[in-house]
Write a protein that binds this ligand. Sequence first.
Ligand SMILES: [Zn+2]
Length: 126
Amino acid sequence: MTDHAFVAHNPETKPFRDAAAQGKLLVPRCRHCGRHHWYPRAICPFCMSTDLEWLEASGKGEIYSFSVMRVAKPPYAIAYVTLDEGPRMMTNIVDADFDALRIGQKVVVTFVESEPGLPAPFFRPA
Ligand SMILES: [Zn+2]
């Protein structure tokens, strides 16, 4: 599994973490083919270019699929969210009525600090 909700703590992801601390979602974009991708990586998954940049995303997206973990205490929801910019992120849905979640629901990013200095981009209903 290379796709996950947490962004590794390493020098390559420092721009992401710095922006997240200010509530901004940065997503890598390829300068060669112009496509955004997620999870952050050193090489564009579409054209193999290494000419990448971090761009601020709108933070808006919609639920592509989700699963509510009801046996967990407290229950939580894992989802794939498709960003308006195109990439799909594995994430958690928070601040939501899990019984009311649906595919295609509009959501917005909210950062949850999973460990000190390691903000995870989660989503809540828009
Ligand atoms: Zn590319």
